[in-house]
Design a protein around this ligand. Sequence first.
Ligand SMILES: O=C(O)COP(=O)(O)O
Ligand SMILES: [Mg+2]
Length: 222
Amino acid sequence: MPPAIIFDLDGTLIDSVPDIHASVDQAFAPYGAAPFSRAEIQHFVGRGAPNLIQRASEARGLPTEGPDHDRLLAEFLAIYEGAQALTTLYPGVETALETLQHHGLRLGICTNKPLAPTRAVLAHFGLDRFFPVVIGGDSLAVKKPDPAPLLKAMVRLGGGPMIFVGDSEVDAETAKNAEVPFLLYTEGYRKGPVDQMYHTATFDDFLTLPRLVAAVSASAAP
Ligand SMILES: O=C(O)COP(=O)(O)O
Ligand SMILES: [Mg+2]
């Protein structure tokens, strides 16, 4: 059985930080918060929207829990769901997905981004056609690095071997926890050096991904 290839989203298929950044600034402005830098926001991405808003609130001295915080999170999510204009696909993504699909591989998404903005951005780029299975940060009670969302995606794709493709320490930890091969995209939102992260192989160009997938599946075969 050919492997299922499951992808992370933010920092892996799409460079979404510009929209996340603009949405946070817009949501926080009415509360008198100074604008954030891209680096600050990128550092907060990876553990889901509630964590992002909590860390941004902490950075601006706003409440990190309670009804006022919950309202700010809801206001952010409402803005974020419609925010795709500043997001771009990483080069070669669409071609790589077409090739993998053409080779009969089953493709899925496992992201910590909530499901509503995930579905919106996939539809915006016409990528929804590649992914019959999409697991978001609010699909289960737990998020990556817990292995449950990744294992859920695999089961929903029909089981069998799987390869996870992601950009961050959270993704590497998730793959390790799920005991599956991990392909690390090095151009995303990783916080530290590659050699300190669990990975099976790294790549920096999506046009090389189909070959890499073939090589990893061949070496993983019994
Ligand atoms: O929304 C996040 O915090 C990160 O999303 P990702 O899991 O697609 O990188
Ligand atoms: Mg990511």
